[in-house]
Design a protein around this ligand. Structure first.
Ligand SMILES: O=C(O)CCC(=O)C(=O)O
Length: 328
């Protein structure tokens, strides 16, 4: 099926050069749209982090990482059905496996690998590149275009060719910094939540380039935005924007996530930046309780009060969005 036939609007993510912190805060951040930032100083990592450098660094041999391993032929990692297992290996071994070095399979033929780093104390703290990979952190400048005290985590991502990461959203703003290889990113605005068959923070629609429209008909209505990231590029992914990432070749990226809500609105147990903010969690619980109460009424009354409730909730939403894609 032609992908373009599915789209009402084929959005290209805007590209901006040499953005300053002031410009980012005054113009980019308030627009709540994804943007590719070029020309930022991210350090010498794009030149230095060759596969051989990453594999042979003494600390890479000593550093253990938990890796998603999958034999799914399409390469689509699926969080809803979990078509991967976690295996622990050294960073050196991961790089060797991702770059095609012949090694004993861990779970079967056709393995693909995906690292999303976690905290040094994974039950207590979010990922920090500085803490877990200090040698690498020295040659990487993560963009600091936001207040330093709002930083939440920094994440290292290493991917073998042909991996697609499931569509999901995070509740924090995020820079995805491309270091080696290219990545194709597709994004959907929060306004498309109703078309994406979301469970938790992940979409059930796996192969977004060839979706099963008989099963997921509303997906055809969703407007996708696209960009391709080259080494040195930084993608700003605003909180709640859905994203799906495809890596054609060996890829290394890093993220920095930061808070824009007051700290106490985030779930303290959230180490990944993908749990609903506390006021939203409480509101969703209250809606569940309201639904249970309305079920006590006969249908005739229930319909009347459901409509009132819908109107009350609808009046909370700013009516500023325009057009099919909800762009302000
Ligand atoms: O680049 C990737 O592999 C995934 C990026 C991602 O999910 C994120 O930045 O939140």
């Amino acid at each position: 099926m032609s992908q373009d036939a599915l789209l009402r609007f084929d959005g290209r993510v805007a590209v901006l050069q040499h953005v300053t912190e002031q410009q980012f805060c005054d113009h980019v951040l308030p627009a709540r749209l994804p943007v590719v930032l070029k020309g930022l100083d991210i350090g010498c990592a794009p030149q230095q982090w060759t596969p051989a450098y990453l594999r042979d660094l003494p600390s890479s041999q000593a550093t253990l990482v938990g890796v998603h391993v999958s034999t799914e032929p399409s390469g689509c990692l699926n969080f809803v059905n979990r078509n991967f297992v976690f295996k622990t290996m050294s960073l050196s071994e991961l790089v060797a496996r991702c770059t095609g070095q012949k090694m004993e399979p861990l779970i079967g033929n056709g393995e693909r690998y995906y690292l999303r780093s976690i905290g040094a104390n994974p039950r207590k703290e979010p990922s920090s590149i500085e803490k877990s990979f200090p040698d690498l952190a020295r040659s990487l400048n993560l963009p600091q275009l936001f207040p330093a005290d709002s930083e939440f985590s920094s994440v290292l991502r290493i991917t073998s060719p042909g991996v697609r990461l499931w569509t999901h959203f995070d509740v924090m703003d995020n820079f995805l910094v491309q270091i080696r290889g290219t990545k194709r990113v597709q994004l959907w605005s929060p306004d498309d939540e109703e078309n994406l068959y979301v469970q938790g923070s992940s979409s059930e629609v796996m192969d977004v380039d060839d979706p099963d429209l008989a099963r997921y008909p509303l997906f055809a209505k969703a407007c996708r935005w696209k960009c391709e990231l080259q080494p040195g590029d930084v993608l700003f992914i605003p909180a709640l924007w859905f994203h799906n990432v495809y890596t054609e070749e060996f890829s290394v990226s890093a993220n920095v996530f930061w808070r824009q809500l007051p700290k106490n609105m985030y779930d303290k147990k959230d180490l990944y930046g993908n749990r609903d903010p506390i006021p939203a969690t409480e509101a969703l619980k209250a809606i569940d309780a309201a639904a249970a109460k309305l079920l006590e009424l006969p249908n005739y009354y229930r319909q009347f009060y459901c409509k009132r409730l819908q109107r009350q909730l609808g009046s909370l939403v700013d009516a500023g969005a325009c057009g099919e894609c909800g762009i302000e």
